[in-house]
Design a protein around this ligand. Structure first.
Ligand SMILES: Nc1ncnc2c1ncn2[C@@H]1O[C@H](COP(=O)(O)OP(=O)(O)OP(=O)(O)O)[C@@H](O)[C@H]1O
Length: 262
């Protein structure tokens, strides 16, 4: 579904990504991990059109994403969440999700002013769809509350619902459990599994090894801008280069000489 071939990215003389090759098949949960500064965010920014690669190709369903604007890439079927929560705190949960849907609503400019029949129908359909997406992340009962009333974990779940509002085929999660406590992580793991079971392909970058190992079918490991290992969790966990890359790094995950955290 998503393919990066020989992708490199330099910032001046700094080589941040070098010859990165990744293939994310449809219907999988794929994880990209790596120590701080390895280049993970740069990969996500290249996929979503915020950055162009210095060289190489990025294909989504066989079509090149290089040079496309972020909103075009979103409309083409890739949605993302961000490391830092970006919900609109003074808006209701429903309105937060409807904002995410905006690009897909079809009503003419006059409809907005006259509240024509087609506008009213589009608005009703948007509210119904938003309610359904909120129910997927178990927040429908709070649909009219303001986002600011939600706990941190709930705000993250709201972001998921909003990302899904663009009707993506591929959902990119950028450090989805950053700042969460362990029960919030458990809940999000459940949510991500459910969303995947509804037919979405998921690509995540994440520091939390337990979360990644528990969810992903396939994992790629980035270190100093290069992919050093790719495969199923058990393979990655026991790979000597991966253990070496993580050993002594308290910031990323618990590692032992027997492997990366189970
Ligand atoms: N716009 C930029 N200009 C110069 N250097 C940059 C730029 N963006 C990223 N870098 C550098 O690229 C390297 C990789 O950064 P990136 O944020 O992609 O890593 P990361 O793996 O996501 O790290 P983290 O896990 O800490 O978020 C870092 O050394 C960073 O300082």
């Amino acid at each position: 579904m998503l393919e990066l071939s020989h992708v490199s990215r330099h910032f001046g003389g700094l080589v941040v990504l070098e010859d990165v090759n990744l293939a994310v098949p449809a219907n999988t949960i794929f994880g990209l991990i790596g120590p701080n500064g390895a280049g993970k965010t740069t990969v996500v920014n290249i996929i979503t059109g915020l950055l162009a690669p210095s060289s190489g190709q990025v294909l989504f369903e066989g079509v090149s994403l290089v040079g496309k604007q972020p909103h075009t890439i979103t409309q083409g079927g890739i949605a993302r969440t961000f490391q830092n929560i970006r919900v609109f705190k003074e808006m209701s949960l429903l309105d937060n999700v409807i904002v995410g849907m905006h690009a897909h609503l079809h009503y003419g400019p006059l409809g907005i002013f006259t509240r024509s029949k087609s506008f009213a129908a589009a608005e009703r359909a948007a509210r119904e769809k938003a309610y359904e997406l909120l129910s997927w992340v178990r927040l429908a009962h709070k649909c009219d509350e303001l986002a600011e009333s939600l706990s941190y974990g709930e705000q993250r779940r709201l972001e998921l619902a909003r990302a899904l509002a663009t009707n993506p085929k591929l959902l990119l999660l950028d450090e989805p459990v950053a700042g969460m406590n362990s029960s919030e992580k458990e809940e999000l793991m459940h949510e991500v599994r459910n969303i995947h079971a509804r037919g979405f392909t998921i690509f995540m970058i994440e520091h939390d090894m337990r979360f990644v190992m528990g969810l992903c079918k396939e994992i790629a490991v980035l270190n100093f801008g290069r992919i050093i290992c790719q495969g199923e969790p058990d393979h990655v966990r026991n790979d000597p280069q991966v253990i070496e890359a993580y050993l002594g790094r308290e910031d990323d995950a618990s590692t032992t000489s027997q492997g990366v955290a189970q």
